[in-house]
Design a protein around this ligand. Structure first.
Ligand SMILES: [Zn+2]
Length: 64
């Protein structure tokens, strides 16, 4: 990891591992190749930290 890449991650500008990028039905998701966190594509070439996982779990139907 270069210092420059680490700075980008601190600014929430990540880069995905291309091989791990998948489509989740809404957007492209993957993991940052530099810091390893879960990220999603906001715009073309713009990847941000994924923040909707907790919300999604709340929305998920619970089996009864
Ligand atoms: Zn990162």
């Amino acid at each position: 990891m270069s210092v420059f890449s680490a700075l980008r991650c601190l600014l929430n500008q990540h880069k995905p591992k291309r091989r791990e990028v998948t489509w989740d039905g809404r957007t492209y998701v993957g993991h940052c190749r530099h810091c390893g966190i879960a990220i999603e594509r906001r715009r073309r070439g713009s990847w941000r930290k994924r923040e909707d996982q907790a919300r999604r779990q709340e929305e998920a139907p619970t089996p009864t």
